[in-house]
Design a binder for this molecule. Structure first.
Ligand code: FAD
Length: 427
């Protein structure tokens, strides 16, 4: 991703083609019955039996929750600590698009393939289609030029375009099949998985801000300290703080994690049944000219349609609940919606949600997963950028193996080790 850093003193200049997911070369999503039992009271010592490894997982996004789930399933006594609410940030506001082979040939290849398959098996275990809208998708790329709103799509007899895409679409191409692309509702997925971890494997959830990890100076972590002074004793600690990793001194002293703010809307068309399971990756030429934008459109099994894009590098606010969308970016997404399909325009659809959140990005665009150099027993998992919902399960499963068994077999984690930043500094 080529980025220009906007001046923080002035309104951000939107970088129109940043939210580019690498495309391949070229239910009823009912409200989950999740009830997650949280404790926010001042601390008592943990009552987990000491024969079990006690692990504190910090951060209740998809990465922290997947890690907590797989650790607890392997027999660890897990406490998940989230400062605001579970899946309140990107993990609740993402598209939830999954792809088997779009990361092939890069550092993420084996992580993505393992994760795609884990999503499939988790969906069977957790009733994914019903609980969190898991379903296979057909995925298309197409070009849309806003100024040509009166033109019908170029729909030859063999066109791959579904009938609801009735705007000025050109060059439609299938880039993912129902074997290779799928989706989940990310917030419902994260909450359903945590609910399972709480109810079946005894994960405890604590709401509180983790301020520091204890015991590092002594050579081995022994606790995390939560705002207000609560001490949660632990034999191992996992830091899964998403874009807030960059604000956690223990991590920011080793590598940089920056936040890329991206926007999304959810629209509810009157005729939801007309919207087929086709995800759209657009090259979108705005009426006023300039570079094409790259918004993404994901219909959901409920008939709702999620659209996202419009990203720019910005300072991540401390409080995830304070993140809101910039009106100009939201307007662009509404224009995209009505240009692509008459079913998604004003009068035919209601805009249900307007929101923004931050992608956690590293300088080398590769996630950081592994033990932190110089902090025995302390692990990190962050930097998943635009693929965190996809890569959550294999990240969590591999990290659980690393913490409990001392090595990961489901995915080779060496490419993701935080030690790479220390080695680079020495050169
Ligand atoms: C618009 C958009 C669309 C996306 N679409 C997709 C998609 O279709 N497919 C896909 O695979 N990925 C997608 N992504 C990417 C995905 O959402 C992220 O990679 C993923 O959610 C990151 O998860 P996380 O757990 O690392 O971070 P987050 O979801 O940001 O969670 C971090 C959590 O840590 C908590 N926290 C922070 N500091 C502390 C502290 N000190 N103590 C306790 N808790 C703390 C926060 O409150 C937060 O809940 C999208 C992202 C965006 C922005």
């Amino acid at each position: 991703m080529a980025m220009t850093l906007p001046s923080l003193a002035s309104p951000p200049a939107f970088i129109f083609s940043l939210f580019r997911r690498p495309t391949p070369n070229s239910s009823t999503t009912s409200e989950t019955t999740t009830s997650i039992h949280c404790s926010a009271s001042p601390s008592q010592p943990m009552d987990h039996p000491h024969s079990k490894k006690r692990v504190a997982v910090c951060g209740g996004g998809v990465i922290g929750v997947c890690t907590a789930y797989f650790l607890a399933k392997k027999g660890a006594a897990v406490t998940l600590i989230e400062k605001s609410s579970v899946a309140c940030a990107a993990s609740g506001k993402a598209g939830g698009f999954l792809a088997l082979d779009w990361c092939d040939g890069g550092a993420l290849s084996s992580l993505a393939r393992a994760s795609f398959n884990l999503h499939r098996s988790l969906s069977e275990e957790l009733d994914g289609p019903e609980k969190y809208g898991y379903r296979p998708l057909t995925t298309l790329s197409l070009t849309v030029t806003e100024s040509q709103t009166s033109t019908s799509p170029s729909r030859g007899s063999n066109s791959v375009l579904p009938s609801w895409v009735d705007g000025p679409a050109k060059s439609p191409r299938t880039i993912g099949s129902s074997e290779t692309t799928a989706q989940v509702h990310p917030q419902l997925f994260t909450k359903t998985l945590l609910n399972k971890a709480v109810n079946d494997y005894g994960v405890e959830v604590v709401i509180g801000k983790v301020e520091r990890v204890g015991g590092v100076e002594g050579g081995r972590v022994d606790a995390v300290v939560v705002e207000g002074g609560r001490v949660i004793e632990a034999d191992a600690v996992v830091l899964a703080l998403g874009p807030w990793s960059g604000k956690f001194e223990m991590l920011s002293s080793i590598f940089r994690v920056h936040g890329l703010k991206a926007h999304s809307i959810v629209v509810e068309p009157k005729e939801g049944a007309a919207i087929t399971p086709h995800a759209l990756f657009l090259s979108y030429y705005p009426a006023q000219g300039g570079k094409p934008l790259d918004p993404e459109v994901y219909p959901r099994p409920t008939g709702e349609v999620y659209l996202c894009g419009m990203s720019s590098e910005q300072e991540v606010p401390d409080n995830p609940e304070e993140i809101s969308g910039d009106p100009a970016s939201i307007q662009v997404l509404k224009r995209v919606a009505r240009t692509v399909s008459s079913h998604l325009g004003e009068g035919e659809a209601q805009v249900k949600t307007e929101q923004a959140c931050f992608l956690p990005c590293t300088d080398d665009s590769v996630p950081v997963i592994g033990e932190i150099p110089g902090a025995k027993g302390c692990y990190v998992a962050t930097g998943h950028s635009c693929w965190g919902i996809l890569n959550g399960p294999a990240t969590g499963a591999a990290l659980a193996e690393l913490v409990i068994d001392g090595h990961a077999s489901i995915v080779d984690l060496s490419r993701f080790s935080p030690a790479r930043f220390v080695q680079r500094r020495k050169v």
